[in-house]
Every structure is written in structure tokens, then in C-alpha cells.
Design a protein around this ligand. Structure first.
Ligand SMILES: Nc1ncnc2c1ncn2[C@@H]1O[C@H](COP(=O)(O)OP(=O)(O)O)[C@@H](O)[C@H]1O
Ligand SMILES: [Mg+2]
Length: 355
């Protein structure tokens, strides 16, 4: 920094979410990137780990998790404050943080809750605000807005807060699915992530179990027609001007991109995706328009399906805190677009400061 002080980045990770472990991996990558030769001269990092119970740990302990000194198993048992206490941030030193970098994937973080909390600190934050985060997390509301704007999507149905123990309601739901959608179908909790709670259902007999599974995470359920698709992803960064990265494709060996195939297998990532330039252009346009529609800025990963039989583009979802693990698409997309991870994290801070 020319004549200035180093900026202190408040890196928040972990979280009371079923994507807790993914968040730790993401934070490790970002922490390392801020500690690169060049970035060390510009930034210090103050990490804040939130354990699975939602308790915040101080920066010393949090840093130990990032550098692998203590496993998160040990740390997550450590409660800084009694959970019944309302001042759950007691002992957490927020002072000195110049810019927040929340890397909480999933519920209780990516859904806008962390953005709401951080707003009270009056410090800038990497990523978008409360509305964009909440909408990006909620598949039903996201799809409703996309439908309204006539963005191309798969056919879907929504069931909210239905009583699955009521036989009549159960039958009504099943009949509607049979009438309106073709198998296979995907049954999804409206709010989740990393494919958790999602089932691919091949026939009527499997519907109920899939509904119960989704309902275990969120009583608001989305049901989509399942197509044979290629999975295409596009990175977004920026504020008033949104930039798109190269387009990437992920190939996996499993039947669909479930949790295990996302994080535990050797997926093949192809950047740039082998698709023709007209489709690439269209995908980038829809990526920007869809972020604008939900008030998403800062950074995001927009995911698409490309139907194999027709080459039709279908907008799937927007992730407002995309994964930053070693196998994650988002940093790879930007590296292929000319921004190494060290440059990417610095750029995201600049964007949050509107530089
Ligand atoms: N309608 C669909 N047709 C085909 N595959 C689907 C469909 N919906 C979901 N999938 C598969 O399930 C994966 C996870 O679904 P997604 O809606 O992206 O949930 P998550 O937010 O958990 O990533 C997708 O990447 C894809 O492999
Ligand atoms: Mg997805």
C-alpha cells in the first residue's frame, strides 16, 4: 500500500451449517492467498472460526485451525461463551478489521445472516448484501424471480410447508408431480447447498422418501424435472460493472453431482468449456442478468445446465459465496481468466472497497 497501512481482513469461516467442513477448506485457501509474498505487504488476516454449534472462537484459536495446528474437532468442542448468553460475541475482538471476508457456505452465513450481522460494524464486506445472499440461497424464491424474467430453466413445482403426515395432502402432491413432471425428478430443500438433502427420483415409489429427506432440511421443497445435462459454471466479480470469467465445465463419474462427487472424487474440470462461442456469449449474458436480478455483486458463481440432446441453456442457480477449496471451480475459472488466487482475493477486497 502506498503510504497507507496494511488492511486487516476479517476472515470468517466454519459455521453452523452442513457445509461446515467445506468452509474450513475454502478458508485455508484464502488465508494462504492473503499470506503470499505480495499480499503480506498489503494485508493482515484476522480469522474468526464459528464452530458447528454457532459459537465464535477467538482469532488465535481460529488461526490454529487454518494452519492445521489443531483439528476443528477439538476446537468445535470449545465454547467461548455459554450458548444461552445473548452476547454471543463476548470475547471476540472485532476491532481493527477493515474489510470482512465471510466464507461461510450454506445456512447461517451465506443466506444473508452474516451480512446482516456485519452491517452493524459499518465495515465493507466481500460479496453481496443481505437480499442477494438470501435470494441466492433460497432456490424457490430465486427460481420464482428467474421465471418472472423468463430466464430459461427446467420445469419445476414448489411445495411449501405441507403436512406430509396427512394422507390426502401426500396424495395431492404425488398426483401433481405425476401430472406435471416427467421422471427422473430432483427433489430439493429450498435452502441447502453442496447437494445435501437432494434426491434423484426415478419412479413414483421413491417420491415420499425424497420428500422426507428434503423436508429434514427445509419444509419448503422444490421439485424439478431431471434432464441429461452438462454442467457449466461461470464466475462473476464486480460491483456496478460485473465481469465474467471463462466458462468451465465439470465432468464427474457419478450419476449426478452429489456431495461425494463434489468433494471426494477426481472430477474433470475443463476450462474453457468446449462449447461454441454463441452459447458461451449467451451464458455470460444470462450470468450477469441473473446476478443483477437478485442484487448479487462482489463475487458469485452462476451455474448452468446445458441439455445434452438439444444444447439448450438452462439457468440452475447462483452461489453467492462460492467454494474456494483446492478443487473448487471459482478460483480455477479466474486463474484461467488471468487472475491467480493471490490476485483474485486482493481484487475482491478492492471491489468491496469500490476501488
Ligand atoms: N433438474 C436437474 N436435472 C439434472 N440434474 C440436476 C437437476 N437438478 C439438480 N441436478 C443435479 O444435482 C446437482 C445439485 O443440484 P443443485 O440444485 O445445484 O443443488 P446445490 O445447491 O446443492 O448445488 C446438480 O449439480 C446436478 O448434478
Ligand atoms: Mg449446485
Amino acid at each position: 500500500m502506498i503510504g497507507g497501512q496494511k488492511k486487516c481482513i476479517g476472515l470468517i469461516f466454519g459455521g453452523n451449517s452442513n457445509e461446515h467442513e467445506v468452509s474450513i477448506s475454502s478458508a485455508k485457501t484464502v488465508f494462504q492467498a492473503f499470506n503470499s509474498e505480495t499480499n503480506k505487504k498489503r494485508y493482515t488476516v484476522k480469522p474468526f472460526y464459528i464452530n458447528k454449534y454457532g459459537d465464535w472462537l477467538d482469532s488465535n484459536l481460529s488461526e490454529k485451525i487454518l494452519i492445521g495446528d489443531i483439528g476443528n474437532n477439538k476446537a468445535k468442542k470449545q465454547k467461548i461463551v455459554n450458548q444461552e448468553k445473548i452476547n454471543f460475541l463476548d470475547g471476540i475482538q472485532f476491532q481493527n478489521v477493515d474489510v470482512w471476508f465471510p466464507l461461510l457456505h450454506g445456512l447461517n452465513g451465506e443466506d444473508g445472516s452474516i451480512h446482516g450481522l456485519l452491517r452493524f460494524t459499518k465495515k465493507p464486506c466481500v460479496g453481496c448484501g443481505i437480499i442477494g445472499s438470501a435470494l441466492g440461497m433460497d432456490k424457490i424464491l430465486m427460481k420464482t424471480i428467474f421465471s418472472n424474467l423468463k430466464f430459461p430453466q427446467v420445469n419445476y413445482l414448489v411445495f411449501q410447508n405441507e403436512d406430509l403426515n396427512d394422507k390426502q395432502i401426500k396424495n395431492k402432491i404425488i398426483n401433481e408431480i405425476l401430472k406435471k413432471l416427467k421422471f427422473p425428478i430432483f427433489v430439493k430443500p429450498s435452502n441447502s447447498g453442496s447437494s445435501l438433502g437432494i434426491s434423484k427420483v426415478k419412479n413414483e415409489s421413491e417420491i415420499l422418501q425424497a420428500l422426507e429427506k428434503a423436508r429434514g432440511i427445509d419444509p419448503r421443497i422444490l421439485i424439478e424435472e431431471g434432464l441429461e445435462v452438462r454442467e457449466i459454471e461461470c464466475g462473476i466479480i464486480g460491483n456496478s460493472k460485473l465481469l465474467t470469467s471463462e466458462i468451465g465445465e465439470v465432468n464427474y463419474e457419478s450419476d449426478w453431482y452429489d456431495y461425494d462427487s463434489k468433494y471426494h472424487s477426481n472430477n474433470k474440470i475443463i476450462i474453457p468449456a468446449e462449447i461454441d462461442s454463441k452459447i458461451t456469449k449467451e451464458i455470460k449474458e444470462i450470468a450477469i442478468k441473473s446476478c443483477r436480478a437478485l442484487n448479487i455483486f462482489g463475487f458469485a458463481r452462476v451455474d448452468f445446465f446445458l441439455e445434452k440432446s438439444s444444447n439448450k441453456i438452462l439457468l440452475n442457480e447462483i452461489n453467492t459465496i462460492p467454494g474456494f477449496t483446492k478443487n473448487s471451480m471459482f478460483p480455477m475459472l479466474w486463474e484461467a481468466s488471468g487472475l491467480k488466487i493471490e490476485q483474485l482475493v486482493a481484487k475482491l477486497v478492492d471491489i468491496s472497497l469500490d476501488l
